[in-house]
Ligand binder design. Structure first.
Ligand code: DC
Length: 229
């Protein structure tokens, strides 16, 4: 017997593939919870910065030290609140300092180990859409539905520029964004632990020429197809 009330849906993919916004909308329409696993790596980064622990010392921080930072999640009706030391954190997770540090922290073994249980707990009862880099490969290897989103690097750079309000058609800025995204892709895919890769049983969706609604609909129909007897 299982106490699962529904499936776990995983959404992995590189930076700028539209994972988080897609996962949010898919979970809203299915009335599932959304777990943004990147927010947990960001919360640990924030907690270390708040304690004044310098980036060069992060590799020697133990798993016990990380648990002491008290990063936790609390379920809500549609997702999870992220807590650091019992206090809710949200916008500060997207600060430039946190964004600059997080990929260096995310590659450390103690960090990945310390967040594994927390993420799995979020999926205990199913009805979850989890987005990240290793949801389908490491955290939820038995998920009922696995999606891997991809998109051309130029399209991802254009999306990032739109988010940041940059001028469309600024060729130099586009080139800078392409290089930054390619560097991040390399860091995420080439790291030793939990690298970004498509699970063998994941369904790849190329979002380069898909608009947001079609992207969401494609995933929802996949969920119905794979989970309806
Ligand atoms: O998706 P994001 O930009 O919020 O992710 C923040 C960082 O955390 C990014 O460098 C990749 C990393 N990450 C990870 O290694 N594994 C995950 N499951 C989610 C995010």
């Amino acid at each position: 017997m299982t106490d699962k009330e529904g499936p776990v849906v995983t959404l992995d993919g590189p930076a700028g593939s539209g994972k988080s916004s897609t996962a949010h909308e898919v979970s809203r329409r299915l009335k599932f919870r959304h777990l943004d696993s990147g927010a947990l790596y960001r919360a640990l980064t924030l907690a270390l910065l708040q304690r004044g622990i310098a980036q060069q010392d992060w590799p020697v921080v133990s798993e016990t030290d990380l648990l002491d930072l008290d990063v936790d999640i609390q379920p809500t009706t549609d997702g999870f609140i992220v807590l650091v030391g019992g206090h809710r954190v949200d916008a500060e997770l997207r600060s430039p300092e946190v964004t600059a540090g997080v990929s260096h922290l995310a590659k450390l073994p103690a960090v990945r180990a310390s967040l594994l249980e927390l993420q799995r707990r979020a999926g205990t009862h199913g009805r979850l859409v989890a987005d990240g880099r290793d949801m389908g490969t490491v955290v939820f290897p038995h998920a009922e539905v696995k999606v891997f989103l991809v998109a051309d690097v130029e399209e991802r750079a254009r999306r990032r520029m739109r988010e940041q309000g940059a001028i469309e058609g600024d060729v130099e800025e586009l080139e800078r964004q392409v290089q930054a995204i390619e560097a991040r892709d390399r860091r995420d895919s080439e790291r030793e632990l939990s690298p970004l890769r498509r699970a063998a049983d994941a369904h790849e969706i190329d979002t380069t020429r898909l608009d947001f609604d079609h992207q969401v609909e494609e995933i929802i129909s996949l969920v119905y197809r794979l989970t309806t007897p």
